[in-house]
Write a protein that binds this ligand. Structure first.
Ligand SMILES: Cc1cc2nc3c(=O)[nH]c(=O)nc-3n(C[C@H](O)[C@H](O)[C@H](O)COP(=O)(O)O)c2cc1C
Length: 175
């Protein structure tokens, strides 16, 4: 099985969630792989901007940081470009944004209720004002958001487990 995890991130924290997810899914697949499997499972973690198409993947996870209530353009355009392919395989979506309840509501993007996605998960975000542009700092000041890291690796690992469970159940249904 080939799994793609594609993320859109401006300051790196959503990319890191994608990397956590990738290593946990890889570890879990390696634990359950049988020795007679001809081709090993692979998990590719990539920036959404670098993904031309998803045709070679059996399952896809797409995540984006949320800025001003929207997903970043690279994630939105990947979904728009690959919409018909996404509808033919298991897809999970995640958003990363809220910090300490001080950022605007956790808008999940226009695909919040996407019928073609298994689930759309919201993870907390990370804010470090020293890395922001002047414009971003002004926005953050306006909404009174403070620095913090509300991402939870345990929560990401748990979600990776749910994804692997779902994939295993679908695979055994096909046998
Ligand atoms: C200018 C600005 C606007 C933001 N707008 C939102 C928002 O609308 N909703 C939200 O949940 N988080 C918002 N955030 C928080 C970011 O989504 C959060 O910092 C996220 O972890 C950034 O991810 P990245 O490091 O991958 O870019 C905003 C942050 C900044 C700096």
């Amino acid at each position: 099985m080939r799994i793609l995890i594609a993320t859109a991130s401006r300051h790196g924290s959503t990319r890191e969630i994608g990397q956590w997810l990738g290593s946990e899914i890889s570890a879990r697949l390696a634990d359950t792989a049988s020795s007679d499997t001809a081709s090993p499972d692979t998990v590719d973690v990539r920036d959404a901007a670098d993904v031309d198409n998803i045709a070679e993947y059996d399952a896809v996870v797409i995540g984006s940081a949320v800025y001003m209530g929207r997903w970043l353009g690279d994630a939105r355009s990947l979904v728009d470009r690959e919409q018909s392919e996404l509808e033919t395989r298991p897809v999970w979506l995640f958003s990363s944004g809220p910090i300490g309840g001080s950022t605007p509501s956790a808008t999940k993007s226009k695909w919040s209720e996407a019928s073609w996605a298994v689930e759309h998960k919201v993870f907390g975000g990370k804010l470090d004002r020293s890395t922001l542009s002047l414009f971003e700092r002004a926005v953050v000041r306006m909404i009174n958001a403070g620095d913090g890291d509300d991402r939870s690796r345990a929560e990401v690992d748990e979600w990776a487990g749910a994804i692997c469970g779902n994939l295993a159940a679908s695979a055994s249904g096909l046998r």
